[in-house]
Design a protein around this ligand. Sequence first.
Ligand SMILES: C[S@@+](CC[C@H](N)C(=O)[O-])C[C@H]1O[C@@H](n2cnc3c(N)ncnc32)[C@H](O)[C@@H]1O
Length: 337
Amino acid sequence: MSFDEKFHIMKKRSAMISRKRKTITGRQVSGNVPISIKPTKSRRIIRRFHLLINKRRILCNKLGISLVDNDEDANKKTIDDSLNPKMKRQYEIGTSRDDMEPQLLKAQSLQSEQELVQCLGYIMNQIHSRGGLRDYQLASRVGQTNNRGGDSSKILVQWLQELGHRSDGSLSALEIGSLSTENRISTCGLFEPVIRIDLESSQPGIQKQDFMQRPLPKDEGEKFDFVSCSLVLNFVPTPIQRGQMCMRFEHFLRENGYLFVVLPLPCINHSRYMSKNHFTQLMEFLGYSMVKYHESKKLCYMLLRRTSSKNQEGYDKFTKKHKFHDKPGFNNFCIML
Ligand SMILES: C[S@@+](CC[C@H](N)C(=O)[O-])C[C@H]1O[C@@H](n2cnc3c(N)ncnc32)[C@H](O)[C@@H]1O
């Protein structure tokens, strides 16, 4: 299948998600019925969104426009403010075009200001008007449904109980990428308080906050006994940004505090640049030991503990991409420090 055919199928599928839903009798389905997207479809939407913002970063670097992570409103404004009237005309042409996938894919080799700005306009239109951002946010949210076995905190509670922790609310918790105040982290009784943050706040009790912008704790009292990062690292677009997130955890964790990481299994066992061993070593380098590890059919669960010592050997191993496997169908998930 050609790229164009694939792209059009993807666009059709993405339109299917956003279409207003009706019952079989034609009645409009009310807005609060949870929408279900198949995991494969949501992965495709997420990959597309990451591609758009990565290519946009390349174009903006070439144009000298500096963007921030995870704030689309701010980035839209920065881009609007950075373009002179001539560039704006080219940008508008880009926003009205539908046929710029080839230019998007070779963004790194575009040279002229006209090409760069048109392609930027095309990308911004894909993100903001063609549903890229909306579908991305939707795809991010549908992961945590019970019928997908989605509440990844179930196994965590079992593990902490095995490690001798009682349901006496003695552990403070920070949940990054929180979609629910009703999951096991919030209801098991082990954690009090539970501070929940997410890029988008979906309900009261979840603060809208980018973890990467969360002010650092001023003292031990502001740190947590437990940080949850379940299915979040794979949402972070670049290997370097994932590495930055991994490096940031320690500022929020007390010594001996726990870090709970969940990743889609293919990030660990189907990536050219990642493996269980490599992730364990990377986290050891950052001062964690792997306490518990479990793979289900689709996910990989890890409970790590912050230790007082760091294994500071082999920094190079984590600052460059190393190919561990190269089999057909493998993905490029990677974390770099
Ligand atoms: C698939 S959801 C994870 C849901 C839930 N934790 C689970 O395990 O099912 C990923 C969430 O991570 C959030 N996220 C990604 N990067 C983030 C960041 N830097 N700070 C806070 N939340 C972030 C996204 O907004 C998204 O809602």
